[in-house]
Design a protein around this ligand. Sequence first.
Ligand SMILES: *[C@@H]1O[C@H](CO)[C@@H](O)[C@H](O)[C@H]1NC(C)=O
Ligand SMILES: *[C@@H]1O[C@H](CO)[C@@H](O)[C@H](O)[C@H]1NC(C)=O
Ligand SMILES: *[C@@H]1O[C@H](CO)[C@@H](O)[C@H](O)[C@H]1NC(C)=O
Ligand SMILES: [Zn+2]
Length: 439
Amino acid sequence: MKFPLFLKICPPKAAVMYTFITKSELFCFVSVILFFLDFCSTIDVKAQREKYIPDYSVYHNYSMLHREITQIVKRNPNFMRIEKEYESRNKVSQLVLHIKNFTGSFNTQISKYTENSKLKILFSYGVHAREFLPTESLLYLLKNLTKGLTFPHGSFEEQFSRYVLSHIDIYIISVANPDGRLYIESTNNYCWRGTETGVDLDRNFDWEYGRKGSSSDPKDEEYRGLHKFSEPESLAFTDLTEKIKFDLFMSFHSGIKHIYIPFADTKSKKIGRQVDNLNDMLDLAMELSHCTKYTYKYGQAYKLNDYTADGTIFDFMAGVRKIPFSYTVELWGQNHKGTSCFDLFNPPNEDLKEVLETIHPLYVQLFRYMIDWKSSQVRHITEDFNEESSLNFGYILMMLSACLTFFVCLTGKNRFHHRRRIVSLKSLGSSFSASFMKA
Ligand SMILES: *[C@@H]1O[C@H](CO)[C@@H](O)[C@H](O)[C@H]1NC(C)=O
Ligand SMILES: *[C@@H]1O[C@H](CO)[C@@H](O)[C@H](O)[C@H]1NC(C)=O
Ligand SMILES: *[C@@H]1O[C@H](CO)[C@@H](O)[C@H](O)[C@H]1NC(C)=O
Ligand SMILES: [Zn+2]
């Protein structure tokens, strides 16, 4: 898209001419080119001719997503709730789910302990309107977990669901940007990425907000909005992470097969900033990268991409909220040519089911890894606690024996004087025991 326009403005002949022009003319010429390149690099989100579009008997439109998710929640009241207060600018529900085993959570010390030892996860889907696939993969996961519970006790399916539900406390923002989604459904513009007003939520957060890895142009697909957190859609993210100390945040996208580790912003690239637990994050990303039939590339975002992104949600979760594991996962993509959009981000209708099956092990591996990580963390904490208390106990013992020694010394001295004068078997015995105690 950049190149054809550049050629129109500056025909190739100009390149041959440059040996005959002065330095300042060259400078001027280059500046003009750079200006136009910059101008041309604005990627707008106008509708394009599509190779294929969603068939809504295969893909879910927003109203079907709403219906299916509410039905699943209704059927599983012991494990799922909808947090109704989180809505878009147009007051459409973001379908924020809370999934855990609610039946065991009475307000006792023991259940508080087990609650705290549960892995706390926040998943986000549908930040970018045109990426339909991620929310479909969520639906697949929800059906898998809830269906498993209906299997006979002790069957593999039932045990898998039980394993997940007994170890995890998970919040899911199922459709982070419902206005954008509904905009696509009413306009059939499958290139639309932002909210209804065109704000890219993933450039709107308070982490290096407003720098050049985002745009101030409302027509640009990376439009950052008027100010940070300008969109009501961000409340679900900021509110939940303020209330709850999550172990993992994962933002699901599509368009390519990549797993990004923070940071993505321009400044981090410049100064080489890294997350604190980069090695753990790389380790999990590595496991995820090859646990499916696909191969995902993974790494720090500013290294993996040739562009930077400022004000992203996952950088905010890592840098500000200090969530130890924060990823952006691009679930799917294929070789793509041309300007069409739907096929860039979503598989053809007839391939959707197979793609979802292929992606699913990613969740299984993720849960397994993180549940192990969490139990090792809990072990560390209890060990630290035990060490600390045994240290305290040792302290008390030491002080006690010091006091005792002091006391014995004091009284023993007097006796010693006596013994010097009256030497008897009895006093000899007591002096033995006194010296024994000192030792
Ligand atoms: C959503 O999809 C369903 C199933 O294909 C269809 O019946 C319904 O009319 C669609 N809703 C809207 C608002 O387009
Ligand atoms: C949920 O918790 C209850 C009470 O602790 C327990 O009896 C039940 O087996 C749990 N269910 C699952 C699926 O983990
Ligand atoms: C859910 O997913 C797991 C892991 O892939 C699988 O083993 C299990 O059979 C699935 N359960 C159902 C009910 O499909
Ligand atoms: Zn995206």
